[in-house]
Design a protein around this ligand. Sequence first.
Ligand SMILES: [Zn+2]
Length: 285
Amino acid sequence: MTFRRGTRLDPGQVRDMRGRGGMVAAGGGLGGIIVLVAVLLLGGSPQDAATLTGILDRTTVGNESPNDLSQECQTDVDANSREDCRIIGYVNSVQAYWPTAVEGYTLAPTTFFTDAINTGCGQATSAVGPFYCPNDDSVYIDLGFFDTLETQFGAEGGPFAEAYVIAHEYGHHVQDLLGTLTGQTGDTGAESQSVRIELQADCFAGVWASNAVETGYLNPITPDQVAQALDAAAAVGDDRIQQQTQGGITPDTWTHGSSAERQQWFRTGLDGGDPRDCDTFSADL
Ligand SMILES: [Zn+2]
């Protein structure tokens, strides 16, 4: 089992807005978010997302209070048996690690949502995939993405594929605190700032995995679990997705790095367990 016996979860780090329907106005925009995968890869562009919001506008309501997970997600038994509780466990573990490595680390909430959500970065739909919003220091995820990861991106899935996604998003929060997100320019290309930001987040995910047992939440990481994370990292590589969706690879438009690079940087973080190994900005990519 993934979670260590006797683990106490802190569901307060997650805001469960599933089924609560963020208020989404037609044509609503979204800016400044940092996504896990290039938007196009999820079968939509920002414009498509806006189109989708036109539909959602008629079916959703806003300003509802979150669901209460404090009874459902309390212990390792819950985390080992329920997906939502498991994600809470990963959020807790990631946020138990980073204060030991980054002075002044501030806790950032994760919001679960379905379909659409209002954020400090604007209105978002599930089409953009999991993302971090620096304006409200929050991670947002529709847990349905984990199915998409398997069905659309061809990943094998598994709990540690999920852990990789969560840890990657928190990598962006760490970057936000360290100031390395400020260079975000929206540029593209194999050696672009965008790619370097994403690969650093992958490396930070590996650093967490390397230190995860010490957080007290998890049992020792198994080779199978490492394989799940590496498989997920490869599945969201720009070259793999371009090959699948365009039938060819155009590095000039990369924003996240190749499958091999994403795996390599996760591995670098995992092997060294030290965020100082994650200087993707001066590294020769
Ligand atoms: Zn990212």
